[in-house]
Design a protein around this ligand. Structure first.
Ligand code: GLA
Length: 386
Protein backbone atom coordinates (compact mmCIF):
# COMPACT_ATOMS: atom_id res chain seq x y z
CA UNK A 1 0.00 0.00 0.00
CA UNK A 2 1.10 3.55 -0.70
CA UNK A 3 2.23 5.57 2.34
CA UNK A 4 -0.37 8.35 2.36
CA UNK A 5 1.42 10.51 4.93
CA UNK A 6 4.66 10.44 2.95
CA UNK A 7 2.73 11.46 -0.17
CA UNK A 8 1.08 14.36 1.70
CA UNK A 9 4.50 15.50 2.95
CA UNK A 10 5.99 15.32 -0.55
CA UNK A 11 3.07 17.31 -1.93
CA UNK A 12 3.52 20.01 0.73
CA UNK A 13 7.20 20.30 0.03
CA UNK A 14 6.56 20.60 -3.73
CA UNK A 15 3.60 22.95 -3.74
CA UNK A 16 3.55 24.46 -0.22
CA UNK A 17 -0.06 23.50 0.57
CA UNK A 18 -2.16 20.56 1.67
CA UNK A 19 -3.63 18.14 -0.93
CA UNK A 20 -6.69 15.89 -1.09
CA UNK A 21 -5.88 12.27 -2.00
CA UNK A 22 -7.57 10.06 -4.60
CA UNK A 23 -6.88 6.46 -5.49
CA UNK A 24 -7.69 3.89 -8.17
CA UNK A 25 -6.59 0.24 -8.26
CA UNK A 26 -5.00 -1.98 -10.87
CA UNK A 27 -6.94 -5.05 -11.94
CA UNK A 28 -6.53 -8.67 -12.80
CA UNK A 29 -8.95 -10.32 -15.19
CA UNK A 30 -10.07 -13.77 -14.05
CA UNK A 31 -11.60 -14.63 -17.41
CA UNK A 32 -13.18 -12.93 -20.45
CA UNK A 33 -10.18 -11.84 -22.50
CA UNK A 34 -10.47 -9.79 -25.68
CA UNK A 35 -14.25 -9.91 -25.33
CA UNK A 36 -14.83 -6.35 -24.07
CA UNK A 37 -14.45 -4.63 -27.45
CA UNK A 38 -16.77 -7.27 -28.92
CA UNK A 39 -19.59 -6.07 -26.62
CA UNK A 40 -19.12 -9.26 -24.58
CA UNK A 41 -18.57 -10.28 -20.96
CA UNK A 42 -15.56 -9.99 -18.67
CA UNK A 43 -14.92 -11.12 -15.09
CA UNK A 44 -12.13 -9.01 -13.58
CA UNK A 45 -11.43 -7.89 -10.03
CA UNK A 46 -9.75 -4.75 -8.72
CA UNK A 47 -6.54 -5.61 -6.85
CA UNK A 48 -4.91 -4.27 -3.74
CA UNK A 49 -2.25 -2.38 -5.74
CA UNK A 50 -3.13 1.22 -6.44
CA UNK A 51 -2.25 4.57 -7.93
CA UNK A 52 -2.66 7.53 -5.61
CA UNK A 53 -2.95 11.12 -6.82
CA UNK A 54 -2.54 14.03 -4.40
CA UNK A 55 -4.29 17.12 -5.74
CA UNK A 56 -5.18 20.72 -5.01
CA UNK A 57 -6.99 23.13 -7.34
CA UNK A 58 -5.29 26.25 -8.73
CA UNK A 59 -6.68 29.65 -9.65
CA UNK A 60 -5.43 29.43 -13.26
CA UNK A 61 -5.77 26.85 -16.09
CA UNK A 62 -2.43 25.13 -15.58
CA UNK A 63 -2.10 21.52 -14.41
CA UNK A 64 1.29 20.72 -12.89
CA UNK A 65 2.09 17.06 -12.36
CA UNK A 66 4.87 15.41 -10.42
CA UNK A 67 5.42 11.71 -11.23
CA UNK A 68 7.13 10.78 -7.99
CA UNK A 69 8.16 7.25 -9.06
CA UNK A 70 9.98 8.59 -12.14
CA UNK A 71 11.17 11.76 -10.47
CA UNK A 72 9.71 13.75 -13.36
CA UNK A 73 7.74 16.97 -13.51
CA UNK A 74 5.50 18.21 -16.34
CA UNK A 75 2.71 20.66 -16.90
CA UNK A 76 -0.01 21.46 -19.38
CA UNK A 77 -2.64 24.08 -20.07
CA UNK A 78 -6.30 23.00 -20.02
CA UNK A 79 -7.11 25.40 -22.86
CA UNK A 80 -4.18 24.55 -25.13
CA UNK A 81 -3.85 20.78 -25.43
CA UNK A 82 -0.29 19.58 -26.00
CA UNK A 83 0.95 17.09 -28.50
CA UNK A 84 -0.62 13.60 -28.37
CA UNK A 85 1.08 10.20 -28.36
CA UNK A 86 4.29 11.30 -26.68
CA UNK A 87 4.58 7.77 -25.27
CA UNK A 88 4.83 9.16 -21.77
CA UNK A 89 2.81 8.89 -18.57
CA UNK A 90 1.71 12.47 -19.22
CA UNK A 91 -0.44 11.27 -22.17
CA UNK A 92 -2.75 9.51 -19.71
CA UNK A 93 -3.11 12.49 -17.36
CA UNK A 94 -3.48 15.19 -19.98
CA UNK A 95 -5.57 12.82 -22.10
CA UNK A 96 -8.15 12.19 -19.41
CA UNK A 97 -8.25 15.90 -18.47
CA UNK A 98 -8.78 16.83 -22.10
CA UNK A 99 -11.52 14.25 -22.67
CA UNK A 100 -13.37 15.19 -19.46
CA UNK A 101 -13.21 18.84 -20.56
CA UNK A 102 -14.53 18.17 -24.06
CA UNK A 103 -17.36 16.10 -22.50
CA UNK A 104 -18.52 19.05 -20.44
CA UNK A 105 -16.77 18.75 -17.06
CA UNK A 106 -15.64 22.21 -15.90
CA UNK A 107 -12.12 21.46 -14.75
CA UNK A 108 -9.93 23.90 -12.87
CA UNK A 109 -6.16 23.99 -13.04
CA UNK A 110 -4.51 21.85 -10.36
CA UNK A 111 -1.27 20.74 -8.80
CA UNK A 112 -0.88 16.96 -8.76
CA UNK A 113 1.60 14.45 -7.36
CA UNK A 114 1.27 10.82 -8.45
CA UNK A 115 2.69 7.59 -7.11
CA UNK A 116 1.74 3.96 -7.74
CA UNK A 117 2.23 0.40 -6.52
CA UNK A 118 0.80 -1.12 -9.71
CA UNK A 119 3.74 -2.53 -11.70
CA UNK A 120 4.01 -1.02 -15.19
CA UNK A 121 3.82 -3.37 -18.19
CA UNK A 122 2.77 -6.37 -16.09
CA UNK A 123 -0.73 -6.58 -17.58
CA UNK A 124 -2.31 -5.21 -14.39
CA UNK A 125 -3.64 -2.01 -15.96
CA UNK A 126 -1.38 0.57 -14.42
CA UNK A 127 -2.54 2.94 -17.16
CA UNK A 128 -6.25 2.61 -16.33
CA UNK A 129 -5.43 3.13 -12.64
CA UNK A 130 -3.62 6.35 -13.55
CA UNK A 131 -6.39 7.62 -15.84
CA UNK A 132 -9.15 6.92 -13.35
CA UNK A 133 -7.28 8.27 -10.30
CA UNK A 134 -6.19 11.42 -12.16
CA UNK A 135 -9.65 11.94 -13.67
CA UNK A 136 -11.33 11.54 -10.27
CA UNK A 137 -8.81 13.90 -8.64
CA UNK A 138 -9.15 16.62 -11.29
CA UNK A 139 -12.95 16.43 -11.37
CA UNK A 140 -13.38 16.41 -7.60
CA UNK A 141 -11.03 19.30 -6.76
CA UNK A 142 -12.79 21.26 -9.53
CA UNK A 143 -16.19 20.60 -7.96
CA UNK A 144 -17.34 18.73 -11.10
CA UNK A 145 -19.71 15.76 -10.75
CA UNK A 146 -18.58 12.84 -12.91
CA UNK A 147 -20.19 9.40 -12.58
CA UNK A 148 -18.11 6.23 -12.30
CA UNK A 149 -19.10 5.10 -15.77
CA UNK A 150 -18.34 8.53 -17.26
CA UNK A 151 -14.93 8.46 -15.59
CA UNK A 152 -14.20 5.03 -17.07
CA UNK A 153 -15.36 6.12 -20.53
CA UNK A 154 -13.14 9.21 -20.36
CA UNK A 155 -10.15 7.02 -19.53
CA UNK A 156 -10.93 4.71 -22.44
CA UNK A 157 -11.30 7.65 -24.82
CA UNK A 158 -7.96 9.02 -23.62
CA UNK A 159 -6.39 5.67 -24.57
CA UNK A 160 -7.91 5.86 -28.03
CA UNK A 161 -7.12 9.47 -28.85
CA UNK A 162 -4.08 10.32 -26.71
CA UNK A 163 -2.26 7.02 -26.33
CA UNK A 164 -3.22 5.32 -29.60
CA UNK A 165 -4.46 2.03 -28.09
CA UNK A 166 -7.94 0.98 -29.22
CA UNK A 167 -8.76 -0.63 -25.89
CA UNK A 168 -12.12 -1.85 -24.60
CA UNK A 169 -13.78 -0.64 -21.41
CA UNK A 170 -12.87 -3.42 -18.94
CA UNK A 171 -9.82 -1.95 -17.24
CA UNK A 172 -11.18 1.53 -16.62
CA UNK A 173 -14.56 0.23 -15.49
CA UNK A 174 -13.15 -2.17 -12.91
CA UNK A 175 -10.71 0.51 -11.68
CA UNK A 176 -13.68 2.84 -11.21
CA UNK A 177 -16.19 0.34 -9.81
CA UNK A 178 -14.38 -2.56 -8.13
CA UNK A 179 -15.60 -3.85 -4.78
CA UNK A 180 -13.59 -5.48 -2.03
CA UNK A 181 -14.26 -9.24 -1.73
CA UNK A 182 -15.87 -9.38 -5.19
CA UNK A 183 -15.19 -9.98 -8.84
CA UNK A 184 -17.26 -8.00 -11.36
CA UNK A 185 -19.21 -9.62 -14.16
CA UNK A 186 -19.39 -6.75 -16.65
CA UNK A 187 -21.68 -6.68 -19.64
CA UNK A 188 -19.53 -4.55 -21.95
CA UNK A 189 -22.53 -3.60 -24.08
CA UNK A 190 -24.78 -2.17 -21.36
CA UNK A 191 -21.80 -1.40 -19.05
CA UNK A 192 -23.74 -2.99 -16.20
CA UNK A 193 -21.65 -4.72 -13.55
CA UNK A 194 -22.87 -7.45 -11.21
CA UNK A 195 -20.74 -8.09 -8.16
CA UNK A 196 -19.93 -11.75 -7.57
CA UNK A 197 -18.49 -12.68 -4.14
CA UNK A 198 -15.00 -14.14 -4.38
CA UNK A 199 -13.99 -16.07 -1.30
CA UNK A 200 -10.19 -16.15 -1.08
CA UNK A 201 -9.94 -17.70 2.39
CA UNK A 202 -8.82 -21.09 1.09
CA UNK A 203 -7.83 -20.33 -2.48
CA UNK A 204 -5.70 -17.32 -3.40
CA UNK A 205 -5.61 -15.31 -6.62
CA UNK A 206 -1.96 -15.23 -7.59
CA UNK A 207 -0.44 -13.10 -10.33
CA UNK A 208 2.80 -14.33 -11.91
CA UNK A 209 4.57 -11.62 -13.89
CA UNK A 210 6.72 -13.03 -16.70
CA UNK A 211 8.78 -9.84 -16.71
CA UNK A 212 8.28 -9.68 -20.46
CA UNK A 213 6.98 -6.17 -21.06
CA UNK A 214 4.02 -5.89 -23.36
CA UNK A 215 2.96 -2.85 -25.30
CA UNK A 216 -0.76 -2.42 -25.90
CA UNK A 217 -0.24 0.38 -28.37
CA UNK A 218 1.41 -2.32 -30.44
CA UNK A 219 -0.31 -2.92 -33.72
CA UNK A 220 -1.27 -6.51 -32.83
CA UNK A 221 -4.02 -5.42 -30.44
CA UNK A 222 -5.62 -3.08 -32.96
CA UNK A 223 -5.19 -5.77 -35.63
CA UNK A 224 -7.14 -8.35 -33.56
CA UNK A 225 -9.90 -5.83 -33.11
CA UNK A 226 -10.11 -5.27 -36.85
CA UNK A 227 -10.21 -9.05 -37.48
CA UNK A 228 -13.20 -9.37 -35.15
CA UNK A 229 -15.00 -6.56 -36.99
CA UNK A 230 -14.29 -8.29 -40.28
CA UNK A 231 -15.77 -11.50 -38.86
CA UNK A 232 -18.98 -9.70 -37.91
CA UNK A 233 -19.28 -8.23 -41.43
CA UNK A 234 -18.92 -11.66 -43.03
CA UNK A 235 -21.24 -13.44 -40.58
CA UNK A 236 -23.93 -10.86 -41.35
CA UNK A 237 -24.49 -12.64 -44.65
CA UNK A 238 -26.32 -15.31 -42.63
CA UNK A 239 -27.00 -13.45 -39.37
CA UNK A 240 -28.10 -9.99 -40.57
CA UNK A 241 -29.09 -8.71 -37.12
CA UNK A 242 -25.77 -9.14 -35.34
CA UNK A 243 -23.94 -5.99 -34.24
CA UNK A 244 -20.94 -7.62 -32.60
CA UNK A 245 -19.55 -11.08 -31.88
CA UNK A 246 -21.43 -10.93 -28.58
CA UNK A 247 -24.59 -11.59 -30.58
CA UNK A 248 -23.32 -14.89 -32.02
CA UNK A 249 -23.95 -18.08 -30.03
CA UNK A 250 -21.51 -21.00 -30.09
CA UNK A 251 -24.07 -23.04 -32.11
CA UNK A 252 -24.54 -20.26 -34.67
CA UNK A 253 -20.82 -19.85 -34.97
CA UNK A 254 -20.36 -23.56 -35.65
CA UNK A 255 -23.06 -23.44 -38.29
CA UNK A 256 -21.54 -20.51 -40.17
CA UNK A 257 -17.80 -20.57 -39.43
CA UNK A 258 -17.11 -21.78 -42.97
CA UNK A 259 -17.97 -18.24 -44.15
CA UNK A 260 -14.80 -16.98 -42.51
CA UNK A 261 -11.27 -17.06 -43.90
CA UNK A 262 -8.31 -17.84 -41.61
CA UNK A 263 -7.24 -16.38 -39.26
CA UNK A 264 -10.55 -14.48 -38.86
CA UNK A 265 -12.36 -17.78 -38.17
CA UNK A 266 -10.11 -18.66 -35.25
CA UNK A 267 -10.19 -15.11 -33.85
CA UNK A 268 -14.00 -15.21 -33.84
CA UNK A 269 -14.07 -18.71 -32.38
CA UNK A 270 -12.02 -17.47 -29.44
CA UNK A 271 -14.35 -14.55 -28.75
CA UNK A 272 -17.59 -16.53 -29.09
CA UNK A 273 -16.41 -19.40 -26.88
CA UNK A 274 -14.76 -17.02 -24.38
CA UNK A 275 -18.06 -15.22 -23.82
CA UNK A 276 -19.69 -18.57 -23.05
CA UNK A 277 -16.81 -19.53 -20.71
CA UNK A 278 -17.07 -16.19 -18.91
CA UNK A 279 -20.78 -16.57 -18.19
CA UNK A 280 -20.17 -20.15 -17.03
CA UNK A 281 -17.29 -18.91 -14.84
CA UNK A 282 -19.50 -16.30 -13.16
CA UNK A 283 -22.05 -19.05 -12.43
CA UNK A 284 -19.31 -21.27 -11.01
CA UNK A 285 -18.09 -18.43 -8.80
CA UNK A 286 -21.62 -17.80 -7.52
CA UNK A 287 -21.67 -21.46 -6.41
CA UNK A 288 -18.15 -20.99 -4.99
CA UNK A 289 -17.04 -23.78 -7.33
CA UNK A 290 -13.45 -22.69 -7.82
CA UNK A 291 -12.49 -26.00 -9.42
CA UNK A 292 -14.87 -25.29 -12.27
CA UNK A 293 -13.62 -21.70 -12.52
CA UNK A 294 -10.07 -23.06 -12.72
CA UNK A 295 -11.01 -25.50 -15.46
CA UNK A 296 -12.58 -22.70 -17.51
CA UNK A 297 -9.45 -20.57 -17.00
CA UNK A 298 -7.28 -23.38 -18.39
CA UNK A 299 -9.48 -23.58 -21.47
CA UNK A 300 -9.42 -19.82 -21.89
CA UNK A 301 -5.63 -19.91 -22.03
CA UNK A 302 -5.58 -22.55 -24.76
CA UNK A 303 -8.03 -20.53 -26.80
CA UNK A 304 -5.96 -17.34 -26.39
CA UNK A 305 -2.81 -19.24 -27.29
CA UNK A 306 -4.05 -21.22 -30.29
CA UNK A 307 -7.01 -19.28 -31.71
CA UNK A 308 -6.44 -15.67 -30.73
CA UNK A 309 -2.64 -15.96 -30.77
CA UNK A 310 -1.92 -13.29 -28.18
CA UNK A 311 0.18 -15.41 -25.83
CA UNK A 312 3.98 -15.74 -25.95
CA UNK A 313 6.49 -18.46 -25.04
CA UNK A 314 7.06 -17.11 -21.52
CA UNK A 315 3.33 -16.91 -20.72
CA UNK A 316 2.84 -20.46 -22.02
CA UNK A 317 5.70 -21.76 -19.87
CA UNK A 318 4.30 -19.98 -16.81
CA UNK A 319 0.85 -21.51 -17.38
CA UNK A 320 2.30 -24.95 -18.01
CA UNK A 321 4.27 -24.88 -14.75
CA UNK A 322 1.12 -23.96 -12.83
CA UNK A 323 -0.81 -26.67 -14.72
CA UNK A 324 1.64 -29.30 -13.49
CA UNK A 325 1.43 -28.04 -9.92
CA UNK A 326 -1.02 -30.03 -7.82
CA UNK A 327 -2.24 -27.15 -5.64
CA UNK A 328 -3.22 -24.89 -8.56
CA UNK A 329 -6.85 -25.01 -9.73
CA UNK A 330 -6.38 -23.02 -12.92
CA UNK A 331 -3.99 -20.70 -14.76
CA UNK A 332 -4.15 -18.44 -17.79
CA UNK A 333 -2.58 -15.36 -19.28
CA UNK A 334 -4.42 -12.20 -18.22
CA UNK A 335 -4.82 -8.85 -19.95
CA UNK A 336 -3.90 -7.97 -23.50
CA UNK A 337 -1.14 -10.57 -23.84
CA UNK A 338 2.26 -10.73 -25.63
CA UNK A 339 3.88 -10.61 -22.20
CA UNK A 340 2.70 -9.40 -18.82
CA UNK A 341 1.24 -11.80 -16.28
CA UNK A 342 -0.69 -14.99 -15.68
CA UNK A 343 -3.53 -15.30 -13.17
CA UNK A 344 -3.66 -18.45 -11.06
CA UNK A 345 -5.99 -19.96 -8.47
CA UNK A 346 -3.82 -21.59 -5.82
CA UNK A 347 -4.76 -23.42 -2.62
CA UNK A 348 -3.50 -21.31 0.29
CA UNK A 349 -1.93 -24.35 1.94
CA UNK A 350 0.29 -24.78 -1.14
CA UNK A 351 1.24 -21.11 -1.64
CA UNK A 352 4.83 -21.30 -0.41
CA UNK A 353 5.54 -24.34 -2.52
CA UNK A 354 3.87 -22.70 -5.51
CA UNK A 355 6.08 -19.62 -5.23
CA UNK A 356 9.16 -21.73 -4.91
CA UNK A 357 8.29 -24.09 -7.79
CA UNK A 358 7.19 -21.36 -10.22
CA UNK A 359 10.20 -19.19 -9.41
CA UNK A 360 12.64 -22.05 -9.96
CA UNK A 361 11.02 -23.69 -12.99
CA UNK A 362 10.33 -20.42 -14.79
CA UNK A 363 13.89 -19.30 -14.32
CA UNK A 364 15.21 -22.65 -15.51
CA UNK A 365 13.07 -22.54 -18.66
CA UNK A 366 13.48 -18.89 -19.65
CA UNK A 367 16.48 -17.47 -17.78
CA UNK A 368 14.16 -14.78 -16.42
CA UNK A 369 12.96 -14.01 -12.89
CA UNK A 370 9.23 -14.32 -12.19
CA UNK A 371 7.53 -11.80 -9.91
CA UNK A 372 4.81 -13.52 -7.90
CA UNK A 373 2.12 -11.41 -6.25
CA UNK A 374 -0.73 -12.72 -4.11
CA UNK A 375 -3.66 -10.34 -4.62
CA UNK A 376 -6.98 -9.70 -2.91
CA UNK A 377 -10.12 -8.34 -4.58
CA UNK A 378 -10.14 -4.67 -3.61
CA UNK A 379 -12.23 -1.53 -3.90
CA UNK A 380 -12.50 0.72 -6.94
CA UNK A 381 -11.58 4.39 -7.12
CA UNK A 382 -12.36 6.77 -4.26
CA UNK A 383 -11.15 9.79 -2.39
CA UNK A 384 -8.86 8.77 0.47
CA UNK A 385 -10.45 10.31 3.55
CA UNK A 386 -8.78 10.86 6.90
C1 GLA B 1 -6.32 -4.76 -22.44
C2 GLA B 1 -7.40 -3.74 -22.77
C3 GLA B 1 -8.77 -4.25 -22.36
C4 GLA B 1 -9.03 -5.66 -22.88
C5 GLA B 1 -7.83 -6.56 -22.61
C6 GLA B 1 -7.99 -7.91 -23.26
O1 GLA B 1 -6.20 -4.89 -21.06
O2 GLA B 1 -7.15 -2.52 -22.11
O3 GLA B 1 -9.77 -3.36 -22.80
O4 GLA B 1 -9.33 -5.63 -24.25
O5 GLA B 1 -6.62 -6.00 -23.05
O6 GLA B 1 -9.04 -8.60 -22.68
Amino acid sequence: MIDRDALRRTFRSLYARAPRLFRAPGRVNLIGEHTDYNDGFVLPMAIDRETVVAAAAREDRTVRVRAIDFDEQAQFDLDRPGERRRRRWLDYVEGVANVLGTRGARLRGADLAVTSSVPVGAGLSSSAALEVAAGLALATVSGAEVSRVALALAGQEAEHTWVGANVGIMDQLVAAMGRSGHALLIDCRSLEASFVPLDTSETAVVVCDTNVKHSLASSAYNERRAECERGVELLRAELPDIKALRDVSVEEFERYENLLPEPVRRRCRHVVTEDARTLAAADALRRNDLWELGRLMDRSHKSLRDDYEVSCAELDVMVEIAGNFGGALGARMTGGGFGGSTVNLVRRAALDEFRETVGREYNRATGRAAAIIVTEPGDGASEVLG
